[in-house]
Design a protein around this ligand. Structure first.
Ligand code: AMP
Length: 290
């Protein structure tokens, strides 16, 4: 017998009725709770958030819930990858204490359940908010609901979904929730493509060609102080569109805090944001420019 081995078993919890006493017990024992909300189809990007939470907390809770109210496109929702068995294996291997996998009724218990009504101070006006109407209302509603259920000390979000991150930070300060939001760097494939659950829907050729997205963003960063904002946006668009099967939906250059589009003489704290289609699959990415 290997006395050094620790046999660890992760709790797989589907209901609030079971999760909450578990969390209460952890809190009564003064344990620090870290939380990583996801929609599953887990990849290394998600696992990097889990690992950071494991380092900074006593227990880590990961939720897997494909939230219907944040999908503005029924096809996208239907085609969203679902790999629950392998997700559970990955989380257990990492040492996650709890995976919370609620069904829709658990999160939205009655038809009269209200989506959150909150003025997001224009953080939701551009980019994803503009091209995916209703997305952020659905997202912020479910994250607030999950925060109320899990009541973590810290919650981890990826900068890959930068606008989402900013909106969650705002929501937490608006409702004065006692939760620290930790922003985590974007994990990329070796060719630069930002990891995403949706990448599994790309063909091998599209996945290879998708390196164009980060390359175009890096080129913009290199030329940020020599080209105008319009030139930079055009260059990113042209570079991506020149790739077979790829079509830009938007390119924006915006302030990293307010997310308002920036103009030429305000080149501080700027970020570039892009959304594009590779065939049917919608991809997003961003980069800090200055
Ligand atoms: P999702 O399952 O797509 O809702 O993502 C769950 C969390 O993982 C969000 O906070 C995302 O921003 C984060 N995430 C997704 N992809 C990446 C990535 N490539 N690198 C870092 N974090 C990521």
């Amino acid at each position: 017998m290997n006395l050094g081995a620790i046999y660890f078993s992760m709790e797989i919890i589907h209901t609030i009725g079971i999760l909450q006493p578990y969390i209460n017990e952890c809190k009564a024992r003064q344990l620090q709770v870290g939380f990583v909300p996801t929609m599953g189809a887990l990849h290394e990007g998600h696992l990097s958030l889990i690992r950071q939470s494991l380092k900074e907390n006593d227990i880590t809770v990961c939720s897997i819930f494909v939230n219907p109210t944040q999908f503005n496109n029924t096809n996208d929702l239907a085609n969203y990858p679902r790999t629950i068995a392998s997700d559970i294996q990955l989380l257990e291997k990492e040492g996650c204490a709890v995976v919370f996998i609620p069904n829709e009724n658990e999160i939205y218990p009655s038809v009269s359940f209200k989506t959150l009504s909150i003025d997001l101070q224009d953080l939701d006006k551009n980019m994803e908010g503009k091209y995916r109407p209703g997305h952020f209302t659905g997202m912020v509603t479910v994250v607030k609901r999950l925060f109320e259920i899990v009541q973590p000390h810290k919650a981890y979000f990826g900068k890959k979904d930068y606008q989402q991150l900013k909106i969650i930070q705002f929501m937490v300060s608006y409702f004065k929730l006692p939760i620290q939001i930790i922003a985590c760097e974007t994990l990329r494939e070796p060719n630069g493509l930002a990891m995403s659950s949706r990448n599994t829907r790309l063909s091998a050729e599209q996945r290879k060609n998708a390196e164009v997205i980060y390359r175009a963003l890096l080129n913009a960063k290199q030329n940020f102080f020599t080209l105008s904002i319009t030139q930079l946006k055009n260059r990113i668009t042209e570079e991506i569109n020149s790739c077979k099967d790829f079509k830009v939906e938007y390119v924006e250059i915006a302030d990293a805090n307010s997310l308002k589009p920036i103009i030429d003489n305000e080149k501080i704290n700027a970020m570039a944001f892009v959304a594009c289609f590779a065939g049917e699959v919608r991809l997003i990415d961003n980069i800090h420019l200055s």
